[in-house]
Design a protein. Structure first.
Length: 292
């Protein structure tokens, strides 16, 4: 019986979670960006874990594409783990729905709180759309999250090794359903695209329109042209022109901003002052994608 943990990670939180689970249940860890180019993703494993960060209260596009490409989902024990910064919402319900629409069954879904790697509004009324800053948390709070993860790891591994079913960790279901159906593709979409400085119009639903958020990225004069941003981008969204990154508008994560060794990548007007984040146990070399 083999076990595979597929993972996506922008700043290492989900990578650590995937790695720890794989080690504990004697499974193999595979990065989703390294297999996503395949026409169909086949595996002999009878147990599959899918580990990913929650983005904008939902499941990021790469995970949807990955599940679309999976073969034989109906014959597997599947569990999901989403890492999140603030609240898990109903992200795992969305995952359950996506897997079900491909004839699979999500046996269990767990949510793990980790440091937030995104921007956050400062809630100032004046110039609200330019008020977004990188969210920072204290080292103590961060360590508490990592310690809590170690405890939760035991629970998850025990649960999935016994092939139990039914656990699905969610929060504020009613509100999430309401916001999801009433505001996500309208108000939330227009606010985020405005924050990202996208001036055009798009009919894409909210989760897909996030690809356009890279209108908000630029690199400043600290850039030395090393090309690391382009190499670590999980969706090959950065091309280098004249030694500078140029974003191609199918964006997902924030990894480039967080990993640029010169802190030269900025989003909006206020990230130059903020601290960058990546999980302390993850190195830049762990983030490089081997596309075979
Ligand atoms: C584009 C983006 C959107 C995010 N949206 C949410 C969100 O809606 N709710 C939340 O709790 N955390 C959100 N986060 C925070 C991440 O889910 C969290 O920090 C996660 O652990 C990052 O995992 P990673 O290091 O594996 O990329 C978001 C992060 C990014 C980059
Ligand atoms: S990683 Fe940073 S310094 Fe290197 S090319 Fe990209 S923006 Fe420039
Ligand atoms: S361009 Fe940057 S933020 Fe966008 S997908 Fe690539 S690494 Fe992530």
């Amino acid at each position: 019986m083999s076990r595979i943990i597929y993972y996506f990670s922008g700043t290492g939180n989900s990578l650590v979670v995937a790695r720890d689970i794989a080690e504990k249940i004697n499974g193999q860890c595979i990065s989703i960006p390294s297999v996503i180019h395949q026409e169909s993703i086949k595996t002999e494993a009878d147990m599959i874990g899918i580990v990913f960060p929650m983005y904008h209260h939902g499941v990021l596009l790469m995970i949807k594409t990955f599940i679309n490409k999976m073969d034989n989902l109906d014959k597997k024990y599947i569990f999901g783990v989403c890492t999140y910064g603030g609240s898990p919402g109903i992200c795992l319900k969305y995952l359950e729905r996506i897997i079900k629409s491909h004839d699979g069954k999500l046996a269990a879904g767990f949510a793990v709180q980790m440091p937030y790697n995104y921007i956050f509004p400062s809630f100032v009324l004046k110039d609200f759309f330019n008020s977004f800053v990188l969210r920072e948390i204290s080292t103590e709070k961060q360590q508490k999250m990592f310690d809590y993860w170690k405890q939760k790891l035991e629970k998850i591994c025990e649960y999935v090794q016994a092939r139990k079913e039914g656990e699905l960790e969610t929060k504020a279901e009613v509100i999430e359903h309401l916001v999801g159906s009433l505001l996500r593709d309208t108000l939330q979409k227009s606010v985020w695209l405005k924050v990202a400085g996208f001036k055009g119009k798009t009919n894409l639903p909210f989760q897909e329109s996030i690809q356009l958020m890279d209108h908000g990225f630029r690199c400043d004069n600290k850039c030395n042209g090393c090309g690391i941003c382009s190499k670590i981008c999980p969706v090959q969204n950065i091309k280098m022109f004249d030694g500078r990154p140029v974003w191609q508008h199918h964006c997902q994560c924030f990894a480039c901003l967080q990993w640029c060794p010169k802190e030269a990548i900025q989003f909006g007007s206020r990230t130059a002052q903020g601290k960058r984040y990546h999980h302390p146990d993850v190195k830049l070399s762990d983030m490089m994608i081997d596309r075979g």
